[in-house]
Design a protein around this ligand. Sequence first.
Ligand code: ZN
Length: 312
Amino acid sequence: MSGTRRIRVYHSARYEADIGEHVMPIRKFGMVRRAIEEEGLPVDIIEPAPVADVDLLRVHTPEYLRAISTGEPLALAQSQKFPWSPQLAEAVRWTNGGCIAALFAALEDGIAGNLASGFHHSHREHGEGYCTFNGLVVAADRARAEGRISRSLVVDMDLHYGNGTASLLSTRPSMFQLSIYGNWYDRNLAYRDVAAASTPDTQNAWSVPVPNGAGRAEYLGILEARLGAAIDRARPDVILYQAGADPYKEDPYSPLDLDHAALRARDTYVFETAKRRGIPVMWVLAGGYTKDTSKVVEVHLNTVRAAVEVYT
Ligand SMILES: [Zn+2]
């Protein structure tokens, strides 16, 4: 795994659908790509194939897949809170295809990324919170079906609890999730105060709330205390790392005091730990709603820079 000269990262212009004026800055995927190219990072940006029905149906119900594909019933097709369009139905197939491609590239190279989210709020029968199909579980199930992995660990460092992934993992004992979050999340509602509302651990998902106002030392301390233990518990063949941008201190949802350097240190710690333990990592971008989108892009670009620093 050492000696990787260039890192494979997946992106397509087709990741972006026109969702109008929306709190989710969908244009950020292309902005991260351009920033990587402008900086001349040792990264190959590759177009994935869109996900096929067979891969989606391991994770989601036929009724839900049909709703996303056809727009009917509309309430289900828009359960993730995006306006449905044929273009959106296409875009979510490309972003999930990127998750699969990145996971397989990570198994070969030790590291790879997808310039889209892991869609951790997506459930078996419906979407939530801008997440349509759960790309993390779709990719892990595909790799498992092909016999490429048996066990996997989701490290979810988005600001919000990975509720959709946790629900999908309840029937997947070969998977484990570590979710370290500053905002609890349930039924399309984010609860800012994790002391008032959070969720208990499940059989295979650790739920680790970060107290309001936590800064770099406290946040990284929690990660350092939990990541090694989660790896010991999960014994994974691969780590799926959800590198959220929304813990950033200026994010409208974030009650945490984390600047760009703190979040880059988080990414570096995850990559260094995985590399030291000999476990491949696939990373995805996730949430990020700071009004100045360039600050969201900077968090995501820092994840790429951290990967380059650790692996090339
Ligand atoms: Zn989030």
